[in-house]
Write a protein that binds this ligand. Structure first.
Ligand SMILES: [Zn+2]
Length: 247
């Protein structure tokens, strides 16, 4: 795929960083974004404008007024509408070169197969522990990279999983986190969503170093970020069977 004059112009400010080859790779990348809340909707926006060729976006909820303190791609008029469809309209408006495939579906053992089919990268922003582990297992089984992020209050973290090469979500978070509605400040989502979107762009274009076995942890209360080293659990019930030398 060759870049058109219009595309070259549109992406001028990033071509110096990723090059024409990188831009072409973005155009060929197929990304699954699971969860279209404070993280997923913003990641989708950044990826669409970056020139990612195909986004499959998945959520099962409607836009609510209480989402609008952080989910900035939904408008007040979208309240009551399905999130995938509302976001898809906005993304195509942001960049007509991005193909968007909207799915109003819950992620479970049945739906996961067609949702991960034919994608190159998975983005996890799910707040449901069970669905998140269905997704992690699918990523490991299919050897697909998974870019994970989570937020709460003024805190958040992000990490990338390359199955067989770095720790998977089950290695790092074996326990179920506290469930329920939690407080969240919009800009916290912006920080973590930006890190996750950067990870996808870096993976797709091959630039920079990914957050492999390194958890990016953000403390917005202190404006402090740290990298926490993590490692694969050789006994992991999800990825333990992949020998390290396969990576
Ligand atoms: Zn694991």
């Amino acid at each position: 795929m060759t870049l058109t004059h219009e595309q070259r112009h549109r992406y001028t400010r990033q071509l110096e960083i990723i090059g024409e080859e990188g831009q072409r790779r973005l155009g060929e990348a197929r990304v699954l974004i699971t969860g279209l809340g404070g993280l997923g909707s913003i990641i989708a926006g950044y990826l669409a404008v970056s020139g990612i060729g195909y986004l499959r976006i998945v959520d099962v909820e409607q836009v609510e007024a209480t989402d609008l303190n952080r989910q900035i791609f939904y408008l007040s008029d979208d309240i009551g509408r399905d999130k995938p469809e509302s976001l898809a309209k906005r993304l195509v408006g942001l960049n007509p070169f991005c193909r968007v495939d909207a799915h109003m579906e819950r992620i479970d053992e049945k739906t996961i197969h067609h949702l991960v089919n034919d994608v190159h990268i998975i983005v996890d922003t799910l707040d449901n522990f069970t669905s998140r582990h269905v997704l992690n297992r699918a990523a490991v089984t299919r050897r697909l990279p998974l870019v994970h992020g989570a937020v709460r209050g003024l805190y958040g973290h992000a990490l990338t999983v390359i199955p067989g090469r770095s720790a998977c979500l089950k290695c790092i978070f074996p326990e179920r986190p506290p469930h329920g509605t939690f407080p969240i400040l919009g800009p916290t989502c912006g920080v973590i969503a930006s890190v996750q979107a950067s990870e996808v762009i870096k993976y797709a274009t091959g630039i920079g170093a990914l957050l492999l076995d390194r958890l990016f942890a953000w403390n917005g209360r202190l404006s402090d970020a740290e990298i926490i080293d993590v490692e694969r659990n050789p006994e992991c019930s999800v990825c333990g069977y992949i020998p390290p030398e396969v990576a």
